[in-house]
Design a protein around this ligand. Structure first.
Ligand code: ACO
Length: 421
C-alpha cells in the first residue's frame, strides 16, 4: 500500500498526490489543487499545526512520554526540575548540568519588590488567584525589557530561567495576598517544591513534610507538558507574533484558566461538593446523561482511554491522605468513577477520568483553597509552554499564526442612514 494520498478536485478534475508521513500529509497539497481552497476544521480536530519533538501522546493506548521517557518512569524516579530541563533541552541532564540548572533556577526565584507593591497589592481583596497570576506574568515582563530580544540565545535562556523560577513565587504571593498574609521570601536552601510549599504556608515555624514535598514534585512532573493543548497552542500563537515570553505565557495561562481546560480541577471539587454524598451519585450521573452539565474531570480530546496521569495521581493521593487524612470527597469520586465507567453513555463515548479528576482532591487535602488549583497547574506547565515557545522560534516551517475563515456573513450592501433603519 503506498504511503501517499491523492486528492482530486471534482470541479476541475485536477489531482495532487502527496506523501503521508507518520499519519500526516502536508496542507500544501490543497494549495496546489487551488490556492483559494481551505479546510474547515474548527477546534483543529484534524490539523497538526506544528512538528514537535517534545511530548508524545497516544490517546487510544493511554501513553504519555516526555522526550521519549514514559511519564510513569519520570514520576517514579525523577524530579520536576530535572524533567523541566529534559523538556526544554531534549536530554536528561548530567549530574553537573543538573547542579548548574538547579543553582540557576534557585537563584532567580526572587521578584522585584515593585512587582508586589505596585501590582499584586493593587488587586481587589477577593481577586481570584489565577486572575492575579495571569496578570502578574504579563506585568513581570515589563521588568525585563531585554526579554523582547527573543532571538538572542542568552536573553532567551535568562527569561526561561526567570519564568520557571518565579512562577512559584508569584503563585504563593497571589495566594498570601488573597488571604491577607504577609509575603514570605523564597528560601534558596530548599528544593523547588519545598520552597513553594514554604512560601505558601509558613507562619512562624514550618517544615515541609517529605511525603507532601514529593507529592508536589510528582504533581509538577505530571503537569509539565501535554503537547498541543489549548494553553500551549495559545503560547505558540502569541509567540508566533514574536511577542516576549512573559506576554505569551500570560496568554497561555489565560487559556489554561477556562473550566474546560486547567480550570476543570477546581470544577471537579465543586461538583463533588455539590453531589454531597455517595447516594446522590446515580442521580447526578443521570442528570449529566440528560444533558444537564458535564462530568468534570472526565473526557479528553486526545485520551480515549484512562489518562495515565490520572492513574499516577490516584496512587499519589493515597500517599498524601496517609499524612493529611482522607479527603471526604474521595469516596464520592471513587463511586462516581465506578458508576461512570460501567455506564454505556461514558463507555461508548470513551470518557475516562482525566488528570483533573483526582488532582483537586490532593490539593484540597494539602490545604490549598479551590481557587488555587489552576495556579498549581500553571506553575509546572510553564516549562512545557517555554519548551514549545523555544521550539517554535527555531522552526523554519513556522510563520505568524493566522488561520483562514469561512465567511458566512451577508454580501456587500449599502450603508443605511440612521433615520431609515
Ligand atoms: N461529561 C459528559 N459528557 C461528555 C463529557 C463529560 N465530561 N465530555 C464529553 N462528553 C460527551 C459530549 O457531550 C459528546 O457527546 P455527544 O457525542 O452525544 O454529543 C461526546 O462526549 C464527545 O464530546 P466532545 O465535547 O466532542 O469532546 P471534546 O474532545 O470536544 O471535549 C473535553 C474534550 C473538553 C475535555 C470534554 O471531555 C469535557 O468538557 N470534559 C469535562 C471538562 C474537563 O474535565 N476538562 C479537563 C480536560 S484535561 C485538561 O485540559 C487538562
Amino acid at each position: 500500500m503506498p504511503d501517499t494520498i491523492t486528492l482530486t478536485d471534482d470541479r476541475t478534475g485536477k489531482t495532487v498526490t502527496v506523501p503521508i508521513t507518520d499519519g500526516v500529509f502536508p496542507s500544501s497539497a490543497i494549495r496546489q489543487l487551488d490556492p483559494n481552497l481551505f479546510v474547515y476544521d474548527p477546534a483543529f480536530l484534524s490539523t497538526a499545526a506544528c512538528r514537535s519533538e517534545i511530548t508524545y501522546l497516544d490517546g487510544d493506548a493511554g501513553v504519555l512520554r516526555y522526550r521519549g521517557y514514559p511519564i510513569e518512569q519520570l514520576a517514579e524516579q525523577s524530579t520536576y526540575l530535572e524533567v523541566a530541563y529534559l523538556i526544554l533541552y531534549g536530554e536528561l541532564p548530567t549530574a553537573e548540568q543538573l547542579q548548574k540548572w538547579t543553582y540557576e533556577v534557585t537563584h532567580h526565584t526572587f521578584i522585584h519588590e515593585n512587582m508586589r507593591k505596585r501590582f499584586v497589592d493593587g488587586f481587589h481583596y477577593d481577586a481570584h488567584p489565577m486572575g492575579m497570576f495571569i496578570s502578574s506574568l504579563a506585568a513581570l515582563g515589563t521588568f525585563y525589557p531585554e526579554a523582547k530580544n527573543i532571538f538572542e540565545p542568552e536573553s532567551r535562556h535568562k527569561q526561561i530561567l526567570r519564568l520557571i523560577a518565579k512562577a512559584p513565587t508569584l503563585a504563593a504571593m497571589c495566594y498570601r495576598f488573597s488571604v491577607g498574609l504577609p509575603f514570605f521570601l523564597p528560601d534558596n536552601s530548599l528544593s523547588y517544591p519545598a520552597n513553594f510549599l514554604t512560601m505558601m504556608w509558613r507562619i512562624g515555624e514550618y517544615e515541609v513534610h517529605p511525603v507532601l514535598e514529593r507529592a508536589m514534585d510528582v504533581l509538577f512532573i505530571l503537569h509539565a507538558d501535554h503537547e498541543q493543548n489549548c494553553g500551549t497552542t495559545a503560547m505558540r500563537v502569541v509567540g508566533s507574533s514574536q511577542a516576549d515570553p512573559y506576554s505569551a505565557a500570560a496568554a497561555a495561562a489565560s487559556a489554561l484558566y477556562g473550566p474546560l481546560h486547567g480550570g476543570a480541577n477546581e470544577q471537579v471539587v465543586r461538583m463533588l461538593t455539590d453531589i454531597g454524598s455517595i447516594e446522590n451519585v446515580p442521580a447526578f450521573v443521570d442528570s449529566v446523561k440528560a444533558g444537564k452539565g458535564r462530568l468534570m474531570g472526565f473526557g479528553h480530546r486526545v485520551y480515549k482511554n484512562y489518562d495515565p496521569r490520572a492513574r499516577i495521581i490516584k496512587q499519589t493521593a493515597e500517599e498524601v491522605f496517609e499524612v493529611t487524612g482522607k479527603n471526604p470527597l474521595l469516596d464520592i469520586a471513587l463511586k462516581l468513577e465506578e458508576t461512570a465507567l460501567s455506564d454505556p453513555y461514558f463507555v461508548d463515548r470513551k470518557l475516562y477520568p482525566n488528570v483533573d479528576f483526582y488532582s483537586g482532591l490532593i490539593y484540597q487535602a494539602m490545604g490549598f483553597p479551590v481557587d488555587m488549583f489552576t495556579v498549581l497547574f500553571a506553575i509546572p506547565r510553564m516549562s512545557g509552554w517555554l519548551a514549545h515557545w523555544d521550539e517554535l522560534l527555531g522552526d523554519k516551517d513556522q510563520k505568524i499564526s493566522r488561520p483562514r475563515q469561512w465567511y458566512t456573513g451577508v454580501d456587500e450592501r449599502d450603508y443605511v442612514a440612521i433615520g431609515d433603519r
